[in-house]
Every structure is written in C-alpha cells, then in structure tokens.
Design a protein around this ligand. Structure first.
Ligand SMILES: [Zn+2]
Ligand SMILES: [Zn+2]
Length: 368
C-alpha cells in the first residue's frame, strides 16, 4: 500500500509514521523520509497535534507554515494571530502618498489636534466625494471575496491592488507603523486587526475597514460580513450595528449636536443586547486621516459642538454582544478584542453635512 508524504506530498512506499500521531490516534500522518518528517514537523505538523488536543484551535488554520507569535499571551477568545505576516506591499512611485507613508508619523494630525473642525469648500468637497466613492468600491470588491478558505492576507492583497489600480494610496499602510493596507477584524476582534495567514472559517464574522488617499484626500468606510452561515447572535449583532449607524446618520444635519450621535446609537444597541465600545470613536477626515471632530458612539458623552454645513466626519459604531464594552489589546499593539471573547461588529460611513441634512459620501451605489 502506498501513502502520500505529509511533507512533500510524494507518493511513498515507506510509511514513516509520526509517533505522536499514532499515540493520538490520528490517521494518515506519514512521511517518506526522516528529513521530511523533521522539516514537516517543525513547520506545520505540530499544528495537527495541537488541533487534536485542542479543537478550539482548529479555527485558527493558516495557508502557509504559520504560527502564533504570542504563545504566552492570555487570549480572551479563540481567535489567534497567525504569522508570518507577508512582506510589505509596494505602492507604485507615481501614486501620491500621505506624509506618514515613509516615516509612520502623521505629523500634521498631531500638530492640528485640538483645532476646531474644518469646513470644506466646494473644491475640497468634490475631492472628498471621489476619495469616498473609491473607498466604497474597494470595500465592496474585498467583501465580494469573503468566503470560507480565504486568508485575511489575501483580502489585504485584494484591497491593496484594487486601491493602487485606482491610483490611490491605502491609508492604513504605515500609518503609525501599521504593517498592512487594510484592517481585518474577525469575531471577538473589535477593530484594527492585522491581516495575516488565518483562513476564514464558516461561521466567522469579519469586519473589513478600507481607507484610501486619493488626490490629497482620505475616504474611510467599513462593514462586517458573515463567512458562510453564521449563528443567530452574530446575525443580530451585525443587524443591530448597521441599524445603530443608520439611526445616527438620520439625525445628522446643520445644528444637530455631535454628542447626540451617541445618544442615538446606544439605545439601539442596548435594546438588542449589545454594548457600545467607548475607546474608539468616529473622526473628522479630509486631507488628514483622523482629526476633529471626535465622535463618541456611546450615550452621555461630552462631545462639544454642533454639525455645520461643509463638515466631514465618520460615524463608525463598534458593538459587542453582551454588556461589556471594554477591550484589551494583543501584543501586536493594534488588535483590540473584547475582554470576554464575545463577538464584536462595526459599520462605518464618511458623511458630509449639507444645507439640507447629510450626504453619505461612502454610500453603497443604489440598485437601479
Ligand atoms: Zn475605517
Ligand atoms: Zn474611521
């Protein structure tokens, strides 16, 4: 009887069986040579053992020889990072880039922190419309690839390529040293997940947060998507998060209080068994990626000021299942997750306050 080598995939007559596998009762882990056993074991075969001993880890499988870079960190749920990250992606030289692209430091943002929100003129608004429309196009392309079996790194590649094809720069890339072109946040990840080797699993939910820089202006939009069939709680979470954003958009108009955005969002969340994340907020956006006004999504917030015609900002509520709104961070210093491992969802749009109300600059194209 011949077998396939678990390392080189050659058909082999010699069946060198992994001793741990035979002990654990895993069938089919044969190697054609001692060499293949050694390298195969070091790279990927360890994962097979882990899978059997701890079925929860079966949701964290990568496409390449991947590993958890923080084995000693106490994760709050079952999601794990799977490194290595792919090499930094290239942006062609002819594409204009934001000031932090080379250094990682958004100096103008830091300088202008605390300034009152800017009012954009007609020319600037025209440019925002384009950047935001392109952001939506890229998000919709990425979302159309969400399925079991794709890695978040592959989604990053799709976002990166769709962005540079449009002569735009992917805003997350090297922003405060973020390593990738998009944020992908799965299940209990609230936001700022780093695309890596993890394969999306049936039943996951994933937020894809796309932002890009075109002709001097940033657009910013995100959505949460089911991977195959998801459970009822996850459906409720996604539906409620979208509803809470839509309710907030509806109350936007000149003269409306910025603090009332959170007052609108939180009751929708609570009525559906969800908690509103407090640490991350919406933000002004134009030539700067993140600037004033700051937009809290929770009730009884202290945001100052009213909406004015020509203001542009995002609303991007993050809702957690249950009652715990706080978060913890992975040692990558980016990924924020819920503290209890429960799932979190987010939607975001970039909005322009107009004379008559609000224009959703990143709106999905209307079906004809
Ligand atoms: Zn965003
Ligand atoms: Zn944003």
């Amino acid at each position: 009887m011949s077998t396939v080598c678990a390392r080189c995939e050659n058909v082999t007559q010699s069946r060198l069986e992994c001793p741990t596998c035979s002990k654990l009762g895993i069938r089919g882990s044969y190697f054609c040579s001692q060499d293949c056993f050694k390298t195969g074991f070091q790279k990927t075969h360890k994962l097979v053992h882990e899978l059997v001993k701890n079925p929860a880890s079966s949701v964290n499988v990568g496409k390449t020889d991947s590993y958890n870079p923080f084995p000693n960190y106490s994760f709050t749920g079952t999601l794990r990072p799977l490194y290595p990250l792919s090499p930094k992606r290239h942006v062609p030289d002819h594409i204009p880039r934001p000031e932090y692209a080379a250094t990682g430091k958004p100096m103008s943002e830091l300088r202008e922190a605390g300034q009152p929100p800017r009012i954009l003129n007609a020319e600037e608004i025209a440019k925002m419309r384009i950047a935001c429309r392109l952001s939506r196009e890229v998000l919709d392309i990425a979302a159309s690839h969400v399925r079991p079996g794709i890695t978040t790194d592959e989604l990053d590649e799709i976002v990166h390529n769709a962005t540079i094809e449009r002569n735009a720069y992917p805003s997350p890339l090297n922003y405060r040293n973020f390593p990738k072109s998009v944020c992908t946040s799965i299940n209990e990840a609230i936001c700022h997940g780093i695309p890596d080797q993890r394969i999306l699993q049936e039943g996951d939910i994933i937020n894809i947060d796309v932002s890009l820089f075109y002709d001097g202006y940033h657009g910013d939009v995100n959505g949460t998507y089911p991977v195959g069939k998801i459970d009822d709680d996850s459906q409720r979470l996604i539906r409620t998060t979208r509803e809470s954003l839509d309710a907030a958009i509806k109350m936007c108009k000149p003269g409306a209080l910025l603090r009332d955005i959170g007052k609108t969002i939180e009751p929708v969340a609570r009525a559906n068994g969800c908690a509103v994340v407090r640490t991350y907020t919406g933000h002004g956006i134009h030539e700067l990626f993140h600037c004033s006004p700051n937009i809290p999504h929770y009730a009884k917030n202290k945001a100052i000021g009213t909406m004015k015609t020509g203001m542009v900002f995002t609303i991007e509520p993050m809702l957690n299942l249950g009652t715990n709104w706080s978060e913890v961070h992975w040692p990558d210093n980016w990924t924020a997750t819920t503290v209890d491992g429960k799932r979190s969802a987010q939607f975001e749009e970039t909005l322009l306050i107009t004379d008559t109300g609000v224009e959703v600059l990143t709106a999905a194209p209307q079906a004809a």
